[in-house]
Design a protein around this ligand. Structure first.
Ligand code: NAP
Length: 338
């Protein structure tokens, strides 16, 4: 009897300790070493806990960006370090699950979307951590899949055209890569500002450029843009390759080239009496709020060409690596709450 009491007592004491020390788990895409898409493993990972200035988001969908593949391959390790395990993913849409003590802007149950900064715990998971200045309320006009497609790509387009080039009504903007993640938002943002838009893409994406509102669509497989474009106010270069080097001559004096893929050549800029800027996008909740307004006003809509289950992240990375994705690819993490 004495022995039995001791066992029961020991169990009573041990149970709460066990409950406190075992972290809650979640499904996630985890990488344990840099490499190809095959290093993206679908497995159990500890569910993160928000610090006092953080928010825990129950992720419904995660957006896929070319930078995710660069991180996975180790090309960004000088910024991120090489701490493993690493969960990739910078775009999420979901529901606020828990808020840290200092959070005032959001509460449990809010529907949100976020552009997460570089960290080891990214968005390809059932739960992700965000700061207040990385997120905003999700536009009601779009689904979680659509909302997860927006943050990084549309913020990049906004920071290039609005914050850097400061485009104005009536100006002409040339957008290289108009059918991609960044480019398809850039066309719509420029049109919403009252600009005239010229955009480039390959033959199968000419229809998309027009649907998005481009005034002139150029098929780069049949036409050299510099043969048909001149005197634009702004170039947004969202393509890797020689498009930047070929763009200096199509900009009018005093105009600007904003590149998100390379550094404009100062000697060429000076020669043509134009300005240039190389942009590295960053999370900004104010931009997400502005984008939400444009989405609610039906002036901007995300184009999602593929929705894959979270477990198939490797397939999404194979596609994003082609650099010929139409609109965005999204990973579905959970079904939207009823
Ligand atoms: N600096 C930053 O902060 C930042 C932020 C976001 C992205 N990026 C970089 O910017 C680039 C674009 O990103 P993304 O997310 O838009 O990529 P994406 O979704 O893969 O889109 C690429 C698009 O470029 C088009 N394209 C390819 N070659 C082209 C050419 N020669 N002329 C015109 N269009 C061409 C493709 O259209 P077709 O299929 O019709 O060829 C495709 O729609 C990537 O290199 C990415 O790493 C940088």
């Amino acid at each position: 009897m004495k022995g039995k009491t001791a066992i029961v007592l020991a169990m009573l004491i041990a149970t709460p300790v066990f409950a406190q020390t075992t972290p809650a788990m979640m499904k996630a895409i985890v990488i344990h070493s840099f490499g190809g898409p095959e290093v993206l493993q679908y497995e159990d990972a500890p569910r993160p806990e928000p610090k006092e200035d953080e928010i825990l988001i129950r992720v419904m969908a995660a957006g896929v960006n070319p930078v995710d593949a660069a991180i996975r391959a180790g090309h960004m390790s000088r910024f991120l370090g090489d701490r493993f395990p690493l969960i990739p993913g910078m775009d999420v849409a979901g529901v606020v699950e828990k808020t840290g003590a200092k959070i005032t802007k959001f509460k449990k149950g809010d529907l949100v979307y976020a552009y997460l900064s570089f960290k080891e715990q990214g968005g390809y998971a059932e739960f992700a951590i965000a700061r207040e200045d990385e997120m905003a309320l999700k536009p009601k006009a779009i689904t979680f899949d659509g909302a997860a497609a927006v943050p990084l790509a549309a913020t990049t387009a906004w920071q290039a055209l609005i914050d850097t080039a400061k485009i104005e009504k009536g100006q002409t903007v040339l957008i290289h890569g108009g059918s991609g993640g960044v480019g398809h938002f850039a066309i719509q943002i420029a049109k919403a500002r009252g600009a005239k838009v010229i955009a480039t893409a390959s033959t199968p994406n000419q229809d998309l450029l027009k649907e998005l509102g481009a005034d002139q669509a150029i098929d780069y497989t049949t036409t050299k843009f510099e043969d048909v474009v001149k005197n634009v106010d702004v170039v947004l270069d969202a393509v890797r390759g020689d498009t930047l080097a070929r763009s200096y001559g199509v900009v009018k004096k005093g105009g600007i080239i904003v590149s998100i893929t390379g550094q404009p050549d100062q000697a060429e800029l000076d020669k043509h009496d134009i300005r240039g800027s190389s942009l590295m996008a960053h999370p900004d909740s104010k931009v997400l709020e502005e984008l939400a307004k444009l989405i609610e006003a039906k002036k901007v809509k995300p184009v999602v060409s593929q929705v894959l289950p979270l477990a198939e992240a490797a397939k999404a990375h194979e596609q994003i690596a082609t650099l010929h994705t139409r609109g965005k690819i999204v990973l579905k993490v959970a079904d939207a709450p009823k």
